[in-house]
Design a protein around this ligand. Structure first.
Ligand code: CCH
Length: 287
């Protein structure tokens, strides 16, 4: 019998779909976490890995997965993301050929799709880098600030006002934790389902300052169980931003489309792809 010579393993779309399927399976299996899903914290991991990008210097971004290392893992903004990184560790063990930086971003795409959001086309091509590529602290937004700060941070990544508002709609998912950011509570009543509720609540609810010892945040007058960050409310205070809040509150399809485009862009910031944009994979969701 002859043995065929094999070259280095070159993963195909089907191999990446297997990674997707494994993450989707674990999301269902490990449903004891938080509100019943690791999905939101995976969406946040992919965002914080990518959102360090600086278009002027080309530094930061998802290429590198430098949040594996201190000091970046210890940056205040990244508190709690160890839960997401640890969740993905068995996936990395099962598919050792995938880089952490591809795995973390693929998990973001998977989580959005599995939580009922739009399709997030994705492509591989990120390489892991060492600690020397860690970005300085302060590149991610500070929730206690206003619209000027939001613009400074997101313009640095290369986003415009419309894209900023679309991205922040991810706050339909998950919650704030007092032992991570210091803030507390979910933004809406279905924190494990991707919807345009964030914008509807911003417009329809009356938001008042929460009376507590924690950092300044806002609570809904009706149930006093939801929350908004100062930066969330800046999206309705600012005229330019509010136009887009209005559009997304009114039309969920428009939000899904524009969110997908901008989350894809976020996950690809600073990545030196050799593939073309039209070669992105569209993963099959499990439901
Ligand atoms: Fe966010 N976010 N985010 N966020 N975020 C927090 C939680 C989530 C800001 C601050 C916070 C985006 C933009 C911003 C998610 C996705 C996105 C928390 C609570 C703070 C604070 C963290 C904790 O205590 O666990 C600020 C400020 C901005 C912009 O100005 C963008 C963009 C995205 C994704 C596209 C998700 C998801 C969560 C929930 C995480 C979880 O563990 O449930």
């Amino acid at each position: 019998a002859s043995v065929k010579a094999t070259g280095p393993f070159v993963p195909t779309k089907e191999d990446y779909q297997k990674v997707y399927n494994e993450i989707a399976r674990l999301l269902v299996e490990k449903d004891e976490y938080d509100d019943g899903s690791y999905g939101p914290v995976l969406v946040r991991l992919a965002w914080h890995a990518s959102g360090t990008y600086d278009k002027e210097t080309g530094t930061g971004g998802s290429n590198g997965a430098t949040m594996r290392f201190a000091p970046e893992s210890d940056h205040g903004a990244n508190a709690g993301l160890k839960h997401a990184r640890d969740f993905l560790e068995p996936v990395k063990e099962k598919f050792p050929w995938i880089t952490y930086s591809d795995l973390w971003t693929l998990a973001g795409s998977c989580a959005i799709q599995e939580l009922g959001g739009p399709v997030i086309p994705w492509r591989p091509g990120r390489a892991d880098r060492d600690l020397a590529a860690c970005t300085p602290d302060g590149r991610l937004p500070d929730a206690s600030k206003d619209q000027r700060h939001i613009r400074d941070i997101f313009y640095r990544m290369g986003f415009d006002d419309r894209e900023i508002v679309a991205l922040c709609g991810a706050h339909a998912l998950g919650r704030a934790h007092t032992d991570r950011s210091g803030f507390d509570g979910p933004w809406d009543f279905s924190p494990t389902v991707f919807t345009n509720e964030f914008y509807k609540l911003l417009l329809d609810e009356k938001w008042e300052k929460r009376k507590w010892n924690g950092p300044q945040q806002f609570t809904d007058k009706t149930t006093k169980t939801l929350m908004m960050l100062p930066t969330d409310l800046a999206l309705v205070k600012d005229k330019e931003f509010k136009q887009h809040v209005d559009r997304y509150a009114k039309d969920s399809d428009v939000f899904f489309k524009e969110f997908s485009d901008v989350y894809v862009k976020l996950l690809e910031l600073g990545v030196p792809f050799t593939s073309k944009a039209e070669d992105r994979f569209v993963f099959k969701s499990s439901a």
